[in-house]
Design a protein around this ligand. Structure first.
Ligand code: AMP
Ligand code: GLY
Length: 420
């Protein structure tokens, strides 16, 4: 099969690794890709330009498109290709609204009695009701921009006056049009994990559970990032917890989508809070997580492309998913300044001397005119290691992170240490 993978992060590098290990793959193209996927890159193909993607599909006999990030899905790429002669992995535009609109997602969950925090949706016209709702809650206060805001649209505030002020600022365009509508939520106390569902719209399978480390600083301090590391599996997400996730969240979600006539195939990423043993949904995403993918996919032993074909052909129920017993951990190396304005163009060294068991997934890197590898994005590299448990895997990934150098390198050396 000829496969076109859309995206350019470490998530897509991890997808590329699994796709290349499949006997079903003849050619892999990655658009636009990054230096880690270099021999496969189609650097000038923009995943948001559907006509250009279609031309590439035709001219290169592409059999399957795998969509990494959310934006093309939210923009309707699956609908665009629905009637064309190519398989596409990802939900319809309506289905992608589970991620594209927090208001849609919350109302969907309430319609289908899926456990989630109480909420109210507010616009400029109903701001006074929003203020009253905030007063009825206990701190901290959660404010979410309705639309996509590159992972930055959520504010958590301790003080009700500050929460009201931020609500007003959000409605005045703090996140552009994404915050014309704001969802105010009750705060959930607990510990988070990420559950990934792969579905063909009828059957589903759960991929390995992961936990991501969102804050920049050790001990979960400092501002939120795209994710500074991840582990899989997650000790508290045991059989009993996962059985609850399936019964109270996954099954009603799939049933709800089908009852509402929403075409959904591909991945559903459930951001969950474990509230005293009960899973509650913090968010839905219509794609895989980053950096979770860098620990989830390396643990999948069965043929990944075969699974993807099951999704596209609605034969997922016939496919086998086998998961490695080893645990995996990934540590992200980030640029100086990240998650604020960050440096670019620092030379990266030490990758060649890492042990071969370390999987190196590029995120924000580039090559200079002489071919030397440099930093280019906020998150630069994801280094994944395996171990008998998440702690030994994390120790190896952290050692690897120490041994790679660039000016101002940041990483967390406490990945996994909050988990028993
Ligand atoms: P989201 O983009 O919806 O995943 O929110 C970003 C982060 O904010 C989540 O990963 C949580 O850490 C936190 N968060 C969001 N909603 C809540 C909530 N209702 N209660 C507690 N924490 C939350
Ligand atoms: N790791 C969180 C995300 O991909 O949204």
């Amino acid at each position: 099969m000829n496969i076109l993978l859309l995206g350019s992060g470490a998530r897509e590098a991890a997808f590329a690794d699994r796709i290349l290990s499949s006997s079903r793959t003849e050619n892999l193209f990655v658009a636009p890709g990054n230096p880690g996927t270099a021999p496969h890159n189609v650097a000038d193909l923009n995943p948001l330009d559907f006509e250009a993607v279609a031309e590439f599909v035709d001219s290169h006999d592409v059999d399957m498109i795998v969509v990494g990030p959310e934006q093309p899905l939210v923009d309707g790429i699956a609908d665009f290709f629905a009637d064309r002669d190519v398989k596409i992995i990802g939900p319809s535009q309506k289905g992608a609204m589970l991620e594209g609109s927090k208001e849609f997602a919350k109302e969907f969950m309430f319609r289908h009695a899926i456990p989630t925090a109480r909420f109210m949706t507010v616009t400029q016209d109903t701001i006074d009701e929003g203020y009253s709702f905030l007063e009825s809650l206990t701190p901290p206060y959660v404010l979410k921009a309705d639309g996509l805001a590159a992972g930055k649209g959520v504010l958590i505030l301790d003080d009700v006056y500050e929460a009201k002020e931020k609500l007003s600022q959000m409605l005045e365009g703090m996140f552009g049009a994404a915050s014309d509508t704001v969802v105010i939520e009750e705060y959930l106390h607990g510990i988070e994990c990420s559950v990934f569902v792969i579905t063909d719209g009828e059957d589903y399978k759960l991929l390995p559970v992961a936990k991501d480390y969102k804050r920049i600083g050790e001990g979960d301090k400092g501002p939120n990032t795209g994710g500074m590391g991840a582990v899989s599996p997650v000790p508290f997400a045991d059989e009993e917890f996962i059985a609850k996730v399936e019964k109270s969240i996954v099954e009603p979600t799939l049933k709800g989508l089908s009852e509402e006539g929403i075409d959904y195939s591909g991945f559903i990423f459930l951001g969950l809070m474990n509230v005293e043993g009960e899973p509650m949904v913090i968010e839905y995403n219509c794609r895989m997580g980053d950096p979770e993918t860098e620990v989830v996919l390396p643990r999948i032993e069965s043929d990944f492309v075969d699974l993807l074909e099951g999704v596209a052909d609605k034969t997922l129920g016939l496919k086998r998913l086998s998961v490695a017993p080893q645990a995996a951990a990934t540590v992200i190396l980030a640029s100086a300044g990240y998650p604020g304005p960050y440096r670019k163009g620092d030379e990266i060294s030490g990758l060649d001397s890492l042990p071969s068991e370390i999987k190196v997934f590029h995120a924000g890197t580039r090559r200079d005119a002489e071919g030397k590898l440099q930093t280019y994005g906020g998150r630069v590299l994801a280094l994944t290691a395996f171990g008998d448990d998440i702690h030994s895997a994390a120790a190896k990934a952290t050692q690897a992170a120490e041994n790679v150098s660039f000016e101002g390198k940041q990483y967390r050396s406490d990945i996994s240490s909050d988990l028993r």
